[in-house]
Design a protein around this ligand. Structure first.
Ligand SMILES: [Zn+2]
Length: 241
């Protein structure tokens, strides 16, 4: 099916993000996408909590995908088979968001524990940790301003539940049964990766259009990108005929 072409505004951020994202790892790429969509500075994008980050990226994905499903990729826990799962961008959660004016805290056994929500910088700090248990406590240590001294398993679970409640968009999962071995897999949905795949596809399609029209009419890249999608499509048709 032919998709609707990206509009002019989308074209410029998409191409800039694609060019930079090509040589980045997934965490840097998520920051690049957020900066491209919002105009945030990198250090602010880095500190944007994951639910907010993914809500913004999901909205950009929804606009680019224009009503079509995109494909999320998970690996079967049973046999390792790669499973492509259709995801509707419109169905991705966008809130409820926490109120930034109110401090985030929980009360466990009469003790108040303040916390903040994880951001991309936290994920970067965890990247070298293979042990999930160590990773969990490292994340908590980063997100509790008063540290994890005196925080036990019970308190940790309460804090994690409160984090998820404050930012449900940061922990979206995809559930799928493997068609090969029938094992059920529940995997975290990677919104930046979904948007990146879409940006890559569309950036390459856009460059192909620039190539065809630049050759046919002697236009420059900015000339072609400045055309509305309808005009671009019409000229492409003329150039092909
Ligand atoms: Zn399987």
């Amino acid at each position: 099916m032919m998709r609707q072409a990206a509009d002019t505004a989308d074209s410029s951020w998409m191409l800039a993000a694609w060019e930079r994202g090509l040589r980045e790892d997934p965490l840097d790429r998520a920051v690049t996408l957020l900066c491209a969509v919002t105009g945030l500075r990198r250090e602010d994008a880095e500190r944007t909590e994951l639910g907010d980050r993914d809500a913004v990226l999901a909205t950009a994905l929804e606009r680019l995908a224009a009503g079509t499903a995109v494909w999320g990729c998970v690996y079967c826990v049973g046999c390792g088979e790669q499973l492509d799962v259709p995801v509707r961008p419109a169905a991705l959660p966008r809130g409820p968001r926490y109120d930034p004016a109110r401090p985030l805290e929980v009360e466990v056994a009469g003790v108040r524990i303040a916390f903040r929500l994880p951001d991309t910088g936290d994920l970067r700090a965890l990247a070298g940790t293979d042990d999930p248990r160590a990773g969990r406590w490292l994340l908590l240590a980063r997100c509790l301003p008063d540290g994890v001294d005196g925080v036990d398993e019970e308190a940790a679970a309460v804090i994690e539940a409160a984090m998820e409640k404050a930012s449900p968009g940061a922990a979206v999962t995809l559930a799928v049964d493997c068609p090969v071995c029938a094992a059920p897999t529940v995997a975290a949905l990677d919104v930046p990766a979904l948007l990146w795949a879409e940006v890559q596809t569309r950036a390459l399609a856009l460059l192909r259009e620039v190539h065809v029209l630049a050759r046919a009419y002697g236009w420059t890249e900015p000339d072609v990108l400045a055309l509305s999608p309808a005009r671009r499509a019409a000229y492409l048709e003329l150039a092909a005929g």
